[in-house]
Design a protein around this ligand. Structure first.
Ligand code: AMP
Length: 362
């Protein structure tokens, strides 16, 4: 695969304008790159720290073409960018990760099929399109289970738990999607993730597995590294690296997993962009997930992923952000606020990373 090295002062286009785009743009600025955001919303945290913004719909052909012509490379901070928009832009300017990766990650059925095909274990699953196929899945896999829409689910939206005795008709109605996936419920010990990066030249890097704790389906706390046996930690990283290679990733990806035993993990979901559970890398590692993405799309060598500190990252959700003055006063706490105009329940307003320098280094 050829590499194209973009010099500093080049412009990186970013599809999506949330906090992930914002932190990517901040990492880009440090290396002397400019960013131009493409997003349809009007409160765009990434725009506050970027050189330009195109505020337009993802199906606005003229806006997409103009965007493609004013930037040197394009990446994304949100995997549900319509693939058609990515294809259009890619005809003019390269987009990383590309449409093929998004097509897999936008659809839970395609994603699970891909994972199993490349030898990665998941929860047992079956595709559901109506009551008859739901009954078949229920009979084959059994309860407890989770029924999820195949597309546009995040933070637990578009999914419902199916316990013994729950009605199938109601479950189908409450998910409210045409295409669903029925998954056996995984009785996990903990949830972990690995952030993996892969360059244009095929070089792969990963950060250590971290533990993720959720509150009401939203990531609340990430503990880095996860407390796993060395063998399991290595296995989790190996799985993420394997997935990145097999999917042909160019960029950064969060691989979410369930730990189900001393030596077993199952992959739940792939997010082909910087991931909330990788925010700790900004303050605790030689190279953050955001800088790595910038390096990759600009054709620069990957940076070292070594961590100088262990870390606990706490999301500031809704009015938790009101604690910012106390956090600022706390020695060693690194506060990150996303510049969102309105605080709403469940909205990620910022995060704080608390570092614990490693005694085993230097
Ligand atoms: P997802 O949208 O697939 O990331 O799911 C959101 C959360 O729901 C996960 O982080 C888990 O806590 C839980 N969950 C999803 N799928 C399963 C499953 N098959 N078994 C147990 N818990 C699950």
């Amino acid at each position: 695969m050829g590499t194209r090295r973009l010099p500093p002062n080049s412009t990186i286009g970013i599809f999506g304008g949330g906090q992930l785009g914002r932190m990517t743009a901040m990492a880009a600025a440090r290396l002397g790159y400019k960013c131009h955001i493409y997003a349809p919303e009007d409160d765009i945290p990434a725009s506050q720290v970027s050189a330009g913004t195109t505020r337009a719909a993802y199906d606005d052909a003229a806006a997409l073409e103009a965007f493609a012509r004013r930037v040197d490379v394009v990446t994304l901070e949100f995997e549900n960018i319509p693939v058609e928009a990515v294809r259009r832009v890619n005809e003019i300017t390269p987009v990383h990760p590309g449409a093929e990766v998004l097509e897999i990650c936008q659809d839970r059925l395609i994603e699970k099929g891909f994972l199993n095909r490349v030898g990665v274990a998941t929860a047992p699953w079956a595709g559901v399109s109506d009551l008859a196929t739901l009954e078949q899945a229920d009979a084959a896999i059994g309860r407890p289970a989770v029924l999820k829409s195949t597309r546009f689910g995040y933070d637990g939206k578009g999914q419902v738990a199916l316990r013994p005795g729950d009605g199938l008709v109601d479950a189908l109605k409450s998910v409210g999607a045409q295409r669903c996936i029925f998954e056996g419920f995984v009785d996990f010990a903990c949830e972990i993730s690995v952030i993996v990066a892969r360059g244009l030249d095929g070089a792969v890097a990963s950060w250590p597995a971290v533990e993720n704790r959720h509150v009401q389906h939203i990531l609340d706390t990430t503990i880095a590294p996860a407390e796993l046996s060395p063998a399991l930690a290595a296995k989790a990283e190996e799985i993420a690296r394997h997935v990145a290679q097999q999917i042909g990733l160019v960029g950064v990806m969060g691989v979410e997993m369930f730990v189900t035993g001393e030596d077993r993990v199952l992959v739940n979901e792939l997010a082909p962009r910087p991931h909330n559970s990788g925010h700790w890398t900004i303050d605790a590692c030689d190279t953050s997930q955001f800088e790595q993405l910038v390096r990759i799309v600009c054709g620069l060598p990957l940076g070292a992923t070594v961590r100088h500190s262990d870390a606990v990252m706490k999301n500031l959700i809704g009015d938790e952000v009101d604690a910012w003055p106390q956090i600022l006063a706390e020695p060693g706490a690194r506060l990150h606020l996303y510049g969102k105009a309105e605080t709403r329940p469940g909205r990620k307003m910022g995060h704080v990373t608390r570092l614990k320098p490693r005694k085993d280094r230097g």
